[in-house]
Ligand binder design. Structure first.
Ligand SMILES: Cc1cc2nc3c(=O)[nH]c(=O)nc-3n(C[C@H](O)[C@H](O)[C@H](O)COP(=O)(O)OP(=O)(O)OC[C@H]3O[C@@H](n4cnc5c(N)ncnc54)[C@H](O)[C@@H]3O)c2cc1C
Length: 472
């Protein structure tokens, strides 16, 4: 293990928010998180109240009326969650900043499975209820509902689309699919949600019972659709057109890593911070439609952006061949692995492999005094950005701890070169006051999970632990 203890130096890099400003933003984000949770639970309680006020509970006393009434409630809850699920992935800036995209994706997955289960239960209960509670009548009733009730054919098509999305999102199925195929199928979720809408608005008793309820549901659908169109389609397009980003050069950093340097107009207006990532589409020919998330590997400078990418896959290989002048479409900036999440002056940045990229940008973009920022850098043979870290150590007092070698066995996040101590003890040995610091972690998913365990065991509360994994 080599360790560089650097002398104090002058501040360097793009202007960064001070910890006080960051703490203010952390408080605002906490308020947004509370508001979002309250809003969702509030909407679920409100539709349940409307259902109960409309006689839903009394109807539960009979078998077939109970099935229909219970089915209606299940449908209402499923609808609220279905909309919440779409909204969670609409890239709404307030939600993105408050939760971070990976946390939103986790909640989206959970809400998605819940809404899907409720939707299936709703379909079964309603059909069974309309069949007067007799199982033998279910097939003919289902057919009758399908062909004679307004919007039902569309709803059935929507259900099929959602079944396809959920089936391919189950972990075992997802592992077998190429990312691109899974992603394409996932877009059918919008179709599924859209096709379910007419039967609710045309024939749903709960939707039409009063003007307030009709306004509530139309607004909920309208706001969700507007959010998707604004933040997933219009804003990325407008930003890409406005900033006219192009590739300036591609530089080899390591045998399997290249850095892509880009420039554009008024990039400071993007509001990007060190540690964040963008979705990138390089307009270099076939396959340009694929959007790949890459973190900035340097603090965003005056009119320039830099990403550093492992060239193992198809997308990475293409970057090797990019020519200067290639136009770039962007989506973002995204992510909370930035000064926004910071609550303390002391920070520890723990990265492995190409996961060191956003931490390299943070080491440049964060404000800190000598000794306040420490980098624990895991790599096999040669450190990525070794020279740049040395410069930051000399100029700004960044403490850099290299942790080389292949990974130890038995679920350890450390390298074989580390002294023989357990993960948590090693962490406390390397950074004795780690429990008093914010900890930023980035690397492969399984490795990041091992670091998380050790960091929490070392006494760091989860709200001061900021993790982004690159998948894999
Ligand atoms: C927030 C975030 C930031 C990232 N930052 C960096 C970075 O700075 N440098 C870097 O080298 N890598 C980064 N990655 C990982 C990088 O996005 C994927 O490795 C890359 O998209 C894989 O595409 P490929 O065609 O090169 O490889 P493939 O061999 O096609 O894919 C390898 C695996 O990557 C995942 N993947 C593929 N395409 C995508 C996609 N469009 N979006 C998300 N995951 C995908 C899938 O799980 C797939 O199995 C980041 C990932 C995330 C989520």
């Amino acid at each position: 293990m080599s360790q560089v203890l650097a002398p104090p130096g002058r501040p360097h890099g793009a202007p960064a928010p001070s910890p006080a400003v960051a703490t203010g933003r952390a408080r605002r984000d906490a308020v947004v998180r509370l508001g979002a949770g309250t809003g969702l639970w509030g909407a679920l309680l409100l539709v349940t109240y409307w259902w109960a006020a409309g006689g839903g509970v009394q109807d539960l006393t009979g078998w077939s009326t109970g099935l229909t009434s219970g089915g209606r409630l299940l449908g209402l809850l499923a609808s609220v969650l279905l909309l919440a699920q779409v909204l969670l992935m609409a890239r709404v800036p307030l939600l993105e900043a408050a939760f971070g995209q990976d946390r939103l994706a986790r909640v989206h997955r959970w809400v998605g499975f819940c809404s899907f289960d409720l939707m299936l239960a709703h379909v079964l209960a309603i059909i069974w209820g309309y069949a007067a509670g007799q199982v033998t009548q279910v097939p003919t009733t289902a057919w009758d509902l399908l062909v004679n009730y307004p919007g039902m054919l569309l709803a059935a098509a929507g259900t099929v689309a959602l079944v396809m999305v959920v089936a391919t999102s189950i972990k075992a199925a997802r592992r077998r699919l190429r990312y691109e195929s899974w992603h394409l199928i996932h877009l059918y979720a919008y179709l599924g949600v859209g096709l379910a809408l007419p039967h609710q608005l045309w024939s749903g008793q709960e939707f039409l019972a009063s003007t307030v309820r009709t306004v509530f549901w139309w607004s909920a659908w309208g706001v969700t659709m507007a959010a998707v169109l604004t933040w997933r389609v219009a804003l990325p397009l407008a930003r890409s057109l406005r900033h006219r980003i192009t590739v300036t050069s591609v530089v080899q950093e390591a045998p399997d890593v290249v850095s892509v340097y880009m420039r554009g107009r008024d990039l400071h207006r993007l509001g990007a911070e060190a540690g964040q990532f963008f979705g990138f589409r390089f307009l270099d020919g076939r396959g340009w439609m694929r959007n790949h998330p890459y973190s900035l590997s340097a603090a965003p400078g005056q009119g320039t952006l830099r990403i550093s990418v492992r060239t193992a896959g198809d997308g990475g290989q293409r970057l090797r061949r990019l020519r200067p002048g290639t136009r770039v479409l962007i989506e973002g900036p995204h992510g909370r692995l930035s000064a926004r999440a910071r609550t303390r002056r002391g920070v520890v940045l723990i990265g492995a492999g190409v996961g060191i990229t956003p931490l390299r940008a943070l080491a440049e973009g964060l404000s800190y005094a000598p000794g306040e920022a420490v980098v624990l850098h895991r790599f096999r043979e040669r450190p990525l950005f070794g020279q740049e870290f040395q410069t930051l150590a000399h100029e700004r007092g960044l403490r850099v701890v290299d942790l080389p070698g292949p990974r130890r066995t038995g679920g350890s996040w450390l390298g074989v070169g580390t002294p023989p101590m357990d993960d948590t003890t090693a962490l406390q040995f390397l950074v004795p006051d780690i429990a008093e610091r914010d900890v930023y972690v980035c690397g492969p998913a399984a490795w990041a999970a091992d670091v998380r365990r050790a960091v929490i065991a070392a006494g760091v509360p989860t709200q001061r632990l900021h993790i982004e994994d690159f998948g894999g």
